[in-house]
Every structure is written in structure tokens, then in C-alpha cells.
Design a protein around this ligand. Structure first.
Ligand SMILES: Nc1ncnc2c1ncn2[C@@H]1O[C@H](COP(=O)(O)OP(=O)(O)OP(=O)(O)O)[C@@H](O)[C@H]1O
Ligand SMILES: [Mg+2]
Length: 271
């Protein structure tokens, strides 16, 4: 990494402790990171390693127990409602569980209209708004005509995740945090969706933080990989460095868990 470049988003000693002394969980334990503009970063670790907790701190959705986050060269300040809103114009998320992310009683048209309004398009003519919404839907292979007047609970999990990515297409944030963004999408559509996100990166110089337990996926999408174990980063570097030449036993184990699809299956050990 070029040391003269100030990272776009960074963390120093970032820590999150849930609960009180008797019943406490150190979910994220003094992590340091530096993410650059336009970089695709993957945070990889097993279930419970602290990935979602870290992403929620980055997003400003939960408080930080200890440590600092720096954004665009300054300490991130989300101490007031106004400052939080300004921050959220620049950082957005696609979550593991898309159903938890929408107001269930808010029609899909309104979800997309909100995005247009947030980007200053409130006074656009109605047909222009419809054109933008239809464009965003077709970007993720959804048909806007079939979604109008529907509620989020009327969609499948995969359609919901596509809808979330359509929101990102409209919002065009500087930073996207994608927490297992394709967990509900079949393998074939998954590659397409990931390519769509990467296209957004190349068109808008978006910084993308992928959160995943799938190290194969991390290798496919990212420039830089951070490996997380029990709330700590145990190893990080370029995707090639970390995945082709892992140093830590934990990373080696994550890699060895990936099925080798090109090798013939050895069924002789199956009992
Ligand atoms: N709100 C909470 N209150 C108490 N403990 C929590 C809370 N959220 C997370 N934890 C704990 O923090 C640890 C890290 O959880 P986290 O959800 O960040 O893991 P993760 O890496 O995202 O896992 P997964 O891959 O399963 O999504 C876990 O031990 C979890 O039980
Ligand atoms: Mg998680």
C-alpha cells in the first residue's frame, strides 16, 4: 500500500464488548484496518468471529466500546442526527438478512423512491422517477412492473437481495458494506450479482467491504483480504498474498475447507 495516501476509511483499536462484566462477549477486539477509495476488501472469518459486529460499527449502527474510526481523513463524527444522516449518504449496506432491513409495511415503490429523494431527486417529474426505478431494477434483473404495489414480504429472499442492490444502484454511496450479500441467491445468479457490484465499483469508484465466511468468494472479488478470528484480525494483505500464500494456521484451515470442485470426489472414505 502507498504510505502517502491517507486511507479513506480506517479503524484504530476498534473494540466492541456486549453485555456486562458477568456476561460479557468481546465480539471485536482491538482491530486496526485501512481501506482505500475504490478498493474491494473482504473480511473473512467463521461464524461468530465478529464480522457483522465490526460492519455495524463501521456503519454507525451500534456504538463503539473502544477505539476510533477515521473517515475521509478525519475522525468520524456521528454524534448528532444531522451528522449521522450525512454519513449515511456516503456509506450504505446490503445485509445478510434482507428481510430485517426493510420496513415490511412500506411498499417497494416507496423503498426505491426514498433512494431517489435521498439523492436530491425529490422534484423530478414522475415519469423520470419511474424511469430511474425501472433502470435500477433491470440492473439487477428484476422487473419493476412486477414489483410495483408489492410489499417486501411478497418477494423471495433472492428478489429481496436484488432489491437491496437496486437501492445501492440508486444511492451510489462512496462505501458499500455488503454482509453476505448473496446468501439467499442461487450460485448462478450469485456470480451475476457480484459482477454487478463490481461494475458499480468500477463505474463509481465505490469502496466495497465484503463480509463473508467464503474465502473462495473473497478471492474472486477482492483486492485485499482481512482474516478475522475471535474478534481479531489475524492476517491481512492482497488477496493473492493471503489466499495463495497464507501464513496463519487459521487461514490455512479456512482455505482447506473450500471444496476443490475441479478434483474428482474421493468417495472411498465415505462410510
Ligand atoms: N447484540 C448482541 N448482544 C450480545 N452478543 C452479541 C450481539 N451481537 C453479536 N453478539 C456476539 O458477538 C459475537 C460476534 O457476532 P457476529 O454477529 O459479529 O459474528 P459474525 O462473524 O457476523 O457471524 P456470522 O458469520 O454467523 O454472521 C458472537 O459471539 C455473538 O454471539
Ligand atoms: Mg454475520
Amino acid at each position: 500500500m502507498n504510505k502517502d495516501v491517507i486511507p479513506y476509511l480506517s479503524g484504530k483499536g476498534l473494540t466492541k464488548i456486549f453485555g456486562t462484566s458477568k456476561d460479557r462477549t468481546v465480539a471485536v477486539d482491538h482491530v486496526d484496518f485501512e481501506f482505500n477509495r475504490g478498493e474491494v476488501i473482504s473480511i473473512v472469518g467463521e461464524s461468530g468471529s465478529g464480522k457483522t459486529t465490526l460492519s455495524k460499527m463501521i456503519l454507525g449502527l451500534i456504538s463503539v466500546t473502544e477505539g476510533e474510526i477515521y473517515f475521509d481523513g478525519k475522525i468520524r463524527d456521528i454524534s448528532s442526527h444531522k451528522k449521522r444522516e450525512a454519513y449515511w449518504k456516503q456509506i450504505q449496506a446490503v445485509f445478510q438478512d434482507p428481510f430485517a432491513s426493510f420496513n415490511m409495511f412500506y411498499k417497494i415503490d416507496s423503498v426505491l423512491l426514498d433512494c431517489i429523494n435521498m439523492r436530491g431527486g425529490k422534484n423530478l417529474p414522475k415519469d423520470k422517477k419511474i424511469e430511474l426505478m425501472a433502470e435500477a431494477c433491470s440492473f439487477v434483473n428484476l422487473k419493476f412492473e412486477e414489483l410495483t404495489n408489492k410489499y417486501p414480504f411478497e418477494l423471495s429472499g433472492g428478489q429481496m437481495q436484488r432489491l437491496m442492490i437496486a437501492r445501492i444502484f440508486l444511492l451510489k454511496p462512496e462505501i458499500l458494506v455488503a454482509d453476505e450479500p448473496t446468501s439467499m441467491i442461487d450460485a448462478c445468479s450469485r456470480a451475476t450479482i457480484l459482477d454487478m457490484l463490481l461494475k458499480l465499483r468500477s463505474e463509481n469508484d465505490m469502496t466495497i467491504i465484503f463480509i463473508t465466511h467464503d474465502i473462495g468468494l473473497a478471492y474472486y472479488v477482492s483486492d485485499t483480504v482481512y482474516i478475522m478470528e475471535h474478534g481479531k484480525f489475524v492476517e491481512h494483505g492482497s488477496a493473492d498474498e493471503v489466499i495463495l500464500n497464507p501464513k496463519e494456521a487459521y487461514t490455512k484451515r479456512l482455505i482447506s475447507d473450500v471444496p476443490k470442485i475441479y478434483e474428482p470426489w474421493d468417495l472411498s472414505t465415505v462410510g
